[in-house]
Write a protein that binds this ligand. Structure first.
Ligand code: ADP
Length: 494
C-alpha cells in the first residue's frame, strides 16, 4: 500500500505517536523532527528493532507507521540487507564510534522496481546510563539529485571529450590572466611540443613567416571573441599546416580572461588543395595543347585553295589530337564519376585471355615505337567489366610506352597464382625511385622530375586502381630507377 503524505501539524496526536521513542518533551521539537527533510530513525539493539522513524523515512520506504514500528529493520525492508549496513552497525557496536558516509548508494524497491538512491548518512550510537550502546540513531539526507546531476555533467564532459577525440582535434585552455595554458595530448602531438604545458613552446615552433598571422589573429580574438588562422609549424618531421580556432571568454568588466582553443592538422587538406590547384592549371594546359595544334591544322585546311591536295598527315594529326582530347576528357569524367560514386560497372563472365590479346593487338596498331610482347596468358574465366578492364590495360601499357622513350619493348605477362590471375606490364624506361612507389595510384599524383618531360594529369593510375578495387583485385609496382618498372594487378578467379 502506498503511504499518503498528510498534514501533520493538524495531527499532534500522531506526532506524539510517531515520537513515542526517545524522551523529548517539547512538542515543537517533536514536530520539527517529524517533518525534517532528513530521514531520521532509531534502531534498537543489535537486531535493529525500529524504535522510531520520522515521516521522511516512511515516505522513502513507502510503508505506514504501524507496519514498521517495533519490527527488525531487515525484516521490514529485506532489500536493504547485504548492502553494507549490517557491517556498519556491527562496527559501531564494536568500536563505539559514529559512522558517516557521503553519497552512499542504497538500493531500493520503489513501486516494485529496483532503484539506486544516494544518501549522506550519520549513524550515531545512543548510550544508556551505564554507557552501554542500546541503539543507533541515523540521519540520512537524500543527495540523489545532486549525484545524478554531477554524473550527467561528467557524462556530458566525457561525451564532449570523445567527440573532440573523434575529430582528431587538439584542445588548449589558456588562462589570459596569469598567462598559463593546459593543452590536451592531441594538441601536444600536433604542435610537436613536449607536454601539456608546452603551449608557449608551440608558439616558437610557428614558421617565422606565419607567426605574425597567428599573432594578428590572436589580437583580433581578444577584441572580437573568435580566433581563426592557418599557419605552418616546424616539427621534427618537417613542416606541417595547422588550423587554429578559439573562443575568448570575458569577465564582467569586459576583459578577456580565458580562451578555449583548438588546433587541427590540415597538412593533408592543404596538400590536396595545392594538388587540385596545380591540377587545374595542368588540365587547362593539357587540354589547350591538342586544341592549339588542331586549330593550326584546321587553319591550314581553311587556307587551302579549291582543288588543292591536302597532305594526309594534316588529317591524321588532327585525328590524333582529337584522340588526345577525348582521352583527357574521358579521364576527367571518370574521376568525377568516381568521386560521386556514379562509375557504373557491367559485370559479365569473360575469358580474360581473349580480352588481353585483343586489347594489346588494337593498341599495338596505334603504337609504332614499341613492341608489345605477350607472355603466359592462360585461358581463364572471371567476372568483370570488359570496357573498364580494357581501360586498366590501356593505362598500364600507354604509361609503359610513355615512360620508356629510349627503349622499344614492353613485356606483358599474365599467369595464375593460387586463386588469382596476376597481370604485369614491364617496361625498360626511366623507372621510379622507391619513395614514390606507394603514392603512384593516388589521385593527381605525378612524380615531380618526370612530370615536366612527360605530359599527363596523374589520373590514369588512380582510375585504374578504383576499377581494380571494384573487381576485388590488388595493384602494386616494382621498379628500379633508370632500368624500368613493372606494374602489376591481380583479379580473383571465380
Ligand atoms: P600520368 O597522366 O601522369 O601518366 P598516371 O596516373 O598514369 O598519370 O601515373 C602517375 C605517375 O606515375 C606518372 O606521372 C609517372 O610519374 C608515374 N608512372 C606511371 N607509370 C610509369 C612507368 N611505367 N614508369 C615510370 N613512371 C611511371
Amino acid at each position: 500500500m502506498k503511504h499518503e503524505n498528510r498534514d501533520f501539524l493538524a495531527d499532534s496526536d500522531r506526532i506524539k505517536q510517531i515520537y513515542a521513542g526517545p524522551n523529548i518533551a517539547d512538542e515543537s521539537i517533536r514536530a520539527l523532527i517529524a517533518y525534517a527533510p532528513a530521514a531520521m530513525a532509531v534502531f534498537r539493539g543489535r537486531e535493529c528493532i525500529i524504535d522510531f522513524v520520522n515521516e521522511k523515512v516512511l515516505q522513502i520506504w513507502q510503508k505506514p507507521h504501524e507496519e514498521v514500528l517495533n519490527k527488525p529493520l531487515f525484516e521490514v525492508m529485506p532489500e536493504l540487507a547485504g548492502q553494507g549496513l549490517e557491517e556498519i552497525f556491527e562496527h559501531i557496536y564494536a568500536t563505539g564510534e559514529k559512522f558517516t558516509a557521503d553519497e552512499f548508494p542504497v538500493k531500493f524497491l520503489r513501486d516494485g522496481k529496483p532503484i539506486i538512491d544516494y544518501r549522506n548518512f550519520v549513524y550515531e550510537p545512543l548510550r544508556d546510563k551505564n554507557n552501554e550502546i542500546y541503539a543507533i540513531a541515523s540521519i540520512g539526507i537524500d543527495v540523489t539529485g545532486q549525484v545524478k546531476a554531477r554524473q550527467k555533467v561528467e557524462e556530458a564532459e566525457e561525451r564532449a571529450r570523445l567527440a573532440v577525440e573523434a575529430t582528431d582535434i587538439g584542445t588548449v585552455d589558456i588562462n589570459l590572466v596569469d598567462n598559463t595554458a593546459i593543452a590536451s595530448p592531441r594538441f601536444t602531438e600536433i604542435a610537436g611540443v613536449p607536454n601539456e604545458k608546452g603551449y608557449f613552446t608551440f608558439l616558437t615552433r610557428l614558421h617565422p613567416e606565419d607567426r605574425p598571422i597567428r599573432d594578428e589573429a590572436f589580437r583580433n580574438a581578444l577584441l572580437y571573441g573568435k580566433l581563426f588562422y592557418e599557419a605552418r609549424i616546424i616539427t621534427d618531421d618537417g613542416i606541417r599546416w595547422i588550423r587554429g580556432m578559439g573562443q575568448t571568454y570575458y569577465n564582467e568588466g569586459g576583459s578577456p580572461v580565458r580562451m578555449l582553443g583548438t588546433i587541427a592538422d590540415i597538412t593533408d587538406q592543404r596538400v590536396l588543395q595545392q594538388q587540385k590547384d596545380e591540377f587545374i592549371s595542368l588540365a587547362s594546359h593539357e587540354l589547350k595543347t591538342p586544341l592549339t595544334s588542331l586549330k593550326a591544322y584546321i587553319q591550314l585546311l581553311q587556307r587551302a585553295k579549291d582543288g588543292q591536295r591536302i597532305p594526309r598527315e594534316f588529317v591524321d594529326n588532327s585525328i590524333k589530337q582529337i584522340g588526345r582530347l577525348e582521352k583527357l576528357i574521358a579521364d576527367l569524367l571518370d574521376v568525377s564519376k568516381i568521386s560521386s560514386g556514379k562509375l557504373t560497372y557491367n559485370m559479365e563472365t569473360i575469358d580474360f585471355s581473349i580480352l588481353l590479346r585483343e586489347t594489346i593487338r588494337s593498341l599495338q596498331l596505334t603504337v609504332p615505337t614499341h613492341w608489345f610482347v605477350l607472355q603466359g596468358n592462360p585461358s581463364v574465366m572471371l567476372a568483370g567489366d570488359r570496357y573498364r578492364l580494357e581501360q586498366v590495360l590501356s593505362n598500364y601499357l600507354m604509361n609503359a610506352v610513355k615512360y620508356s622513350p629510349n627503349s622499344n619493348n614492353v613485356i606483358i605477362n599474365s599467369e595464375i597464382q593460387r586463386n588469382e590471375l596476376v597481370v604485369s606490364v614491364q617496361d625498360f624506361g626511366v623507372g621510379i625511385t622507391p619513395e614514390h612507389l606507394p603514392k603512384l595510384f593516388d589521385r593527381f599524383y605525378r612524380i615531380e622530375n618526370t612530370s615536366k618531360t612527360f605530359e599527363g594529369l596523374g589520373l590514369g593510375l588512380y582510375v585504374s586502381s578504383e576499377i581494380i578495387k571494384r573487381h576485388h583485385g590488388r595493384f602494386w609496382t616494382e621498379s628500379e630507377p633508370g632500368k624500368g618498372s613493372t606494374f602489376y594487378f591481380s583479379l580473383p578467379i571465380a
